[in-house]
Design a binder for this molecule. Structure first.
Ligand SMILES: *Cc1c(COP(=O)(O)O)cnc(C)c1O
Length: 402
């Protein structure tokens, strides 16, 4: 058997990957070998400006020294013990998240989908514990909550569910940003409403300014729990540590993942003390959830982000980016909308977004789609105005060619 010790070029990596990996991600154009800040390098030595950050993951920038240091120290101390034991990194992470959010208790897992599974399970079991079972969960059309079977059922986009039937029961969908529809859907069997503060994968869809506040009121009136999926919007992305802070309300349950570990896999479900009683010993668990390594990384991420005022910086850079994109919209008829919050930004086109994203990549800028017609920018929150200018100029040229 051969063992590759030489560094492979992009073509060699691609050939090997295609031969041995289940093809769920399609033909990928790059093989990436290194990252620093907002820069990425492929296996052939080309440099890229990364305005996608994984998918809204590397918010501190690639290989941030504080995260690298925390990982190195923790890896040399204790990588893993099970949740049959306490560990300091997990306790510290939960404490920091409590101090900086509405949540009073946390459960750790490994991904966004798992965080949503925990949210769905605790909501259902909470009402059972209250002796008023209300198993139905309402979520929104065009939402995205992950690919495990429960989170997939909550995802209000039929294309993701096709072929995986039978789906689990007890979910209903309402149009996003439609309070009357939500009110109408809140029948006595409904125990929780699950929403993204703004929709990510569904096309960077922004609700009206009062939507979350009115959804909260509606839930309170009916005695229903509000779950906010902040897997994409959380940890500084929208210009505040959590997107719910823009709305003046708090949810009962929140889910986090993407940026929480800056690339180290970790998910989290936070809730009030009241809701936390929904789980008791043995109700839910995860082998790897909140292990010392991922917790140490996430602790470094959250403390660095708060200490450096990165959410506020993201708010300012995002405003600048949006204003530049609006100027571009006036110039290109192909752009129908520019929207976003902080550094979570969508540019909607009259045409599929793929070709423009491809031309930008060829010009050294990485961005991605959100639905068929929307170009999504979710860069590291550390990006500079000069980098924003370069991306806007590259988009200008890419649309010129269209
Ligand atoms: C990405 C995402 C998920 C799923 O996260 P995974 O880590 O891929 O399981 C869930 N909800 C939202 C809002 C997301 O953006």
């Amino acid at each position: 058997m051969t063992h590759e010790t030489e560094t492979m070029d992009s073509a060699a990596i691609k050939q090997m990957a295609q031969a041995h990996i289940v093809n769920t991600y399609g033909d990928r154009s790059l093989a990436i070998v290194r990252g620093e800040g907002a820069a990425l390098w492929d296996a052939d030595g080309h440099e890229y400006l990364d305005f996608f950050a994984g998918i809204a993951v590397a918010s501190l920038g690639h290989c941030h020294p504080a995260v690298t240091r925390a990982l190195q120290e923790q890896a040399a101390t204790l990588l893993h013990v099970s949740n049959l034991y306490y560990t300091e990194p997990q306790a510290l992470l939960a404490k920091v998240l409590c101090e900086n959010s509405f949540a009073e208790k946390w459960f750790f897992c490994n991904s966004g989908a798992e965080a949503n599974e925990a949210a769905i399970k605790i909501a259902r079991r909470y009402w059972v514990q209250q002796k008023t079972p209300k198993p139905t969960i309402i979520s929104a059309e065009h939402s995205f909550h992950g690919r495990t079977l429960g989170a997939l059922k909550a995802t209000g986009q039929p294309k993701y569910q096709a072929g995986f039937e039978p789906m689990i029961e007890g979910f209903k969908y309402v149009p996003y940003d439609d309070i009357p529809a939500l009110q109408k859907a809140l029948t006595p069997d409904v125990g929780a409403v699950l929403l993204e503060p703004l929709q990510g994968e569904g096309g960077v869809r922004m609700p009206s300014p009062n939507y979350l506040r009115d959804a909260r009121k509606t839930c309170d009136t009916m005695g229903v729990l509000l779950i906010l999926d902040e897997v994409q919007t959380g940890i500084g992305r929208t210009g505040k540590l959590f997107a719910y802070e823009h709305s003046g309300i708090t949810p009962d349950i929140i889910t986090l993942a993407k940026a929480l570990g800056n690339g180290v896999p970790i998910g989290a479900m936070g809730c009030t003390d009241k809701v936390a009683t929904g789980f008791s010993v043995g109700s839910h668990a995860s082998t790897f959830g909140g292990n010392p390594l991922s917790s140490a990384a996430a602790l470094a991420v959250v403390t660095t982000m708060i200490e450096s005022g990165l959410p506020q910086q993201a708010a300012a850079t995002g405003e600048y980016f949006l204003s530049k994109l609006r100027t571009l919209k006036a110039k290109h008829k192909i752009i129908t909308d520019v929207r976003g919050m902080g550094l979570m930004i969508g540019v909607e086109l009259t045409t599929p977004a793929g070709p423009a994203i491809g031309r930008m990549l060829a010009a050294g800028v990485i961005c991605g789609p959100a639905g068929p017609n929307v170009i999504r920018f979710v860069p590291p929150l550390i990006v500079t105005r000069e980098q924003v200018d370069r991306v806007v100029a590259t988009l200008d040229a890419a649309l010129q060619e269209a």
